[in-house]
Design a protein around this ligand. Structure first.
Ligand SMILES: NC(=O)c1ccc[n+]([C@@H]2O[C@H](COP(=O)([O-])OP(=O)(O)OC[C@H]3O[C@@H](n4cnc5c(N)ncnc54)[C@H](OP(=O)(O)O)[C@@H]3O)[C@@H](O)[C@H]2O)c1
Length: 233
């Protein structure tokens, strides 16, 4: 029987690569995003159900997720949607701070809460896409790093809370990956292929984590490129 996954951030970058990998693993996917024009081929796959909406519309999100959960076993939740605003902290607008905290932290907390009973029934998995910034000091990215550290902390506690019910919780911590995430920044991932990840690298980590023997839980998975280099725009 096909497994069912709910994936946020499904429309681009890392989330899109994860969805493509999950499709190849025979998952049925409910993929959340605002603009699927960059992923039209995947969106036309009959096993992929696109949910085109703003995740920050909380009442709508709750309704959508409840409707999906009502008719399906839920085996996997991937919290991948995220935004980043960078720069000196005193220069970040309240709107940017709120958008980051809500997208990167509030939405994963809410979706986990809405789906946990279903995941306990299925002995399912939650994959939270945090970042290496969760474990380090992030000058010029203090607020972004704080949301990711919060997500890592949440994942650790949730695993301890839910493990006796068979739920697995994994935090993936990717380093700089060549995606649209840095559109608001004055830097971007290096063009040197040894100094940046591509979305498929993170999707490969997902495949590895989901293919592990069921008695084993990979609670944290850090993925880094061989070289450390950042490019100024
Ligand atoms: N790129 C990196 O270097 C890197 C490193 C570590 C961790 N990460 C994390 O990886 C995750 C994916 O980011 P990415 O690098 O793949 O960047 P991306 O290409 O910009 O993807 C971000 C995704 O989040 C979705 N999203 C953001 N806000 C949303 C909202 N309000 N409602 C609905 N969807 C929303 C976007 O949807 P639309 O495009 O349809 O709006 C998009 O699918 C993020 O959590 C990011 O923090 C990235």
């Amino acid at each position: 029987m096909k497994k069912t996954a709910i994936v946020t951030g499904a429309s681009s970058g890392i989330g899109k690569a994860i969805c493509e990998t999950l499709l190849s693993m025979d998952y049925e996917i409910y993929g959340f995003g605002r603009d699927f024009s960059k992923s039209s081929q995947m969106a036309s796959d009959s096993a992929f159900h696109k949910v085109e909406m703003d995740l920050l519309d909380t009442p709508k999100l709750e309704n959508e997720v409840r409707a999906i959960a009502k008719g399906n076993t839920i085996d996997l939740l991937v919290n991948c949607a995220g935004v980043g605003y960078y720069g000196l902290h005193e220069e970040l607008s309240s709107k940017s701070i709120s958008e980051m905290v809500r997208t990167n932290l509030e939405v994963p907390l809410l979706l986990s809460s809405l789906l946990l009973r279903k995941l306990k029934e299925s002995h399912g998995t939650i994959l939270n896409i945090a970042s290496v910034t969760a474990n380090q000091s992030n000058p010029h990215g203090a607020a972004y790093g704080a949301t990711k550290a919060g997500l890592l902390s949440f994942s650790k506690s949730l695993f301890d809370e839910a493990r006796k019910h068979g739920v697995k919780v994994t935090t993936i911590l990717p380093d700089m990956t060549d995606t649209n995430l840095y559109r608001n920044a004055d830097f971007e991932a290096s063009k040197d292929e040894n100094a940046r990840l591509v979305p498929q690298d993170v999707a490969d980590a997902v495949r590895y984590i989901l293919s592990a023997d069921p008695h084993m839980v990979i609670t944290e998975f850090t993925v880094r490129p061989q070289l450390h280099r950042i490019e100024k725009k």
